[in-house]
Design a protein. Structure first.
Length: 138
């Protein structure tokens, strides 16, 4: 079973709630919902920003790590989560995913992507502009 999925859909189609979060939490399992922006986090019940949950550094590069200590309540929350839903993931820089992947691998002591956690990324890919090599601003 794939453990990292991407759900694409137009804005306003309730992609996050299609994930059956209620079914997951109804069975007693933990689900964490994070958003790429603070505005998006305020629109979803129980949601926090990815930077807040994972302690992602504000200035990113491929070699940084998250500022989360292993023996904290935040780390326990991540370890107990069965599913992590990342809302508006298409707006997130690739280095943020790399540092979160490194964090979850360190916490779970598992070399699978994202430490073996089920990760559901959602977003609207039609909002992301294409990259044109050697293109101009226009």
């Amino acid at each position: 079973m794939p453990k990292c999925l991407f759900l694409d859909g137009p804005a306003g189609t309730s992609k996050t709630f299609v994930t059956l979060l209620h079914a997951i939490t109804g069975k007693g399992d933990q689900a964490i919902v994070v958003a790429s922006t603070g505005i998006e986090a305020t629109l979803l019940s129980g949601c926090r920003t990815a930077h807040s949950i994972f302690k992602i550094p504000l200035i990113l590069n491929a070699t940084l790590t998250c500022n989360l200590e292993p023996n904290t309540s935040e780390a326990k929350l991540l370890l107990d989560a069965k599913v992590i839903v990342w809302n508006e993931a298409s707006m997130t820089h690739i280095h943020a995913f790399l540092v979160v992947d490194r964090l979850l691998k360190d916490l779970t002591k598992c070399d699978e992507p994202f430490g073996g956690k089920i990760i559901l990324l959602d977003g609207d890919l039609s909002q992301v502009l294409p990259v044109i090599l050697r293109g101009s601003r226009s």
